[in-house]
Design a protein around this ligand. Structure first.
Ligand code: ZN
Length: 69
């Protein structure tokens, strides 16, 4: 009997810090992806979000707080 793993992996882009599920960053590619990250923030309204402004985020999405380079 074989067990197929269906566990998906969340990876963060080292350059833009966006988090992707089982796919490389469309802007920076597979070589920028890492699973060595922790914490995340979800930005839904970057224009009016102080957190987004402080983090320099201008587009909505899910971002890692810390990404090891
Ligand atoms: Zn990226």
């Amino acid at each position: 009997m074989s067990v197929k793993s269906t566990k998906k992996k969340y990876m963060a882009c080292k350059t833009c810090k966006r988090i992707y599920l089982d796919q490389p960053c469309p802007d920076h590619g597979d070589s920028h992806m890492t699973d060595d990250w922790y914490g995340f923030l979800i930005i839904v309204d970057p224009v009016n979000s102080q957190i987004a402004r402080r983090a320099g985020i201008t587009t909505e999405g899910t971002y890692a707080i810390k990404v090891r380079q």
